[in-house]
Design a protein around this ligand. Structure first.
Ligand SMILES: [Zn+2]
Length: 364
């Protein structure tokens, strides 16, 4: 707690009303802050400005208010960007007042952070508070879009969410002993290498993911172990005389970044296959980014000639569990290789069905 003196008072930002007050305090060079040990009137530690559904609808598409919301979580859907291998979007369906449901949509870096927090929890949260959301009507439906200023609080994290959480727990129709599991981590079916090869020959073309354990026999280096990619879109760059061109970004002087593209011959018993791992999977396995060992600006020659780093050679002979992403292309009969999304050490925990402990157990 501080005592503040010597400050300016100005009108609050009228573009985004981040607070209810019409005026705000602006600190200047004469401002003094003195810490106060105790005060007669305690100041509340949290102050949310929750809005009803009706108020949210009135605020939609106006861009003037970034209100806070609270509700009971009924569903969470997470969308991955396969190309960037990051969380692209998290859609949380919540019940607000009068049991009406609305969708809170969270994008990009905020989605990535939210996904990580949800993933860290064993069970899906039941109550969510989201601050500074921007209500929008899209195609006649109300969406509560998270902004870069949005913070999320769950269940017992703040007083407001704890109060609603406790209210919900006392409702007789709610079974409080079984928490729903966050489905952000997709459940992947383990298959043998033989089953995998057989599957693509005998199944209709589809997008499907598997876990498959196999041993790396050798690295296929005909195409090198890395490529020079566009720093912006990750696509392979065309080398010019003195610059790189990205045909995806239409940029004739793109910034080149070295990314992994590692082809591996793998085996399991009698069965063999070729797996291809890209930058995200290889960086996570090895702990070193390709850009840290090779620089297209420093090494002028073609990445085909880049020497294979020792730590890449070292993975040969090891058995791993590969998270494979099959596309319809894999079923075309002349498929050459399977794309690897993640590589796990067999001793590490594998994303798969886990049993959610009871809330009661958690409280112990
Ligand atoms: Zn590009």
């Amino acid at each position: 707690m501080y005592e503040l003196s010597g400050f300016d008072v100005t009108r609050s930002n009228s573009h985004f009303k981040l607070c209810d007050s019409v005026v705000s305090i602006r600190l200047n060079e004469f401002t003094k802050m003195v810490e106060v040990a105790a005060v007669a009137n305690p100041i509340p530690t949290e102050m949310f400005r929750f809005r009803t559904l009706e108020e949210l609808m009135a605020l939609a598409n106006t861009n003037v208010h970034l209100p806070d919301i609270i509700g009971e979580v009924s569903d969470i859907r997470t969308t991955y960007n396969d190309h960037a291998q990051t969380t692209q979007r998290v859609m949380v369906t919540i019940k607000v007042d009068n049991d009406a449901t609305v969708c809170v949509s969270v994008f990009d870096s905020v989605a990535e952070l939210l996904h990580k927090r949800l993933e860290a929890g064993v069970v899906q949260p039941r109550v969510m508070v989201a601050t500074n959301i921007n209500p929008k009507f899209v195609g006649g439906r109300l969406y509560l879009n998270a902004t870069s200023g949005t913070h999320f609080y769950f269940d017992n994290e703040v007083t407001a969410s704890r109060t609603l959480f406790e209210q919900l727990s006392t409702r007789p129709e709610n079974d409080t002993t079984s928490g729903k599991q966050y489905r952000g981590v997709k459940k992947l079916e383990p298959v043998s290498l033989g089953e995998l090869n057989n599957y693509v020959l005998n199944s209709p073309p589809q997008s499907i993911e598997f876990l498959c354990k196999a041993r790396i026999v050798s690295l296929e280096t005909t195409n090198g172990w890395c490529y020079i990619s566009c720093a912006k879109c990750s696509k392979k760059l065309q080398r010019g005389i003195s610059s790189f061109t990205c045909t995806t970004c239409f940029n004739a002087s793109a910034v080149g970044v070295v990314r992994y593209r590692v082809e591996m011959h793998v085996e399991s018993g009698e069965d063999t296959a070729v797996f291809v791992a890209f930058d995200s999977a290889m960086s996570k396995l090895i702990g070193v980014r390709a850009a840290e060992v090779a620089n297209p600006m420093g090494q002028g020659e073609d990445p085909l000639g880049y020497q294979i780093p020792q730590f890449l050679q070292d993975i040969v002979g090891n058995a791993y569990i590969f998270h494979l992403k099959l596309t319809e292309f894999n079923f075309s009969g002349n498929h050459k290789s399977f794309t690897v999304a993640r590589i796990f050490d067999p001793n590490d925990r594998i994303p798969g069905p886990t049993f959610a402990p009871h809330y009661i157990d958690q409280a112990k």
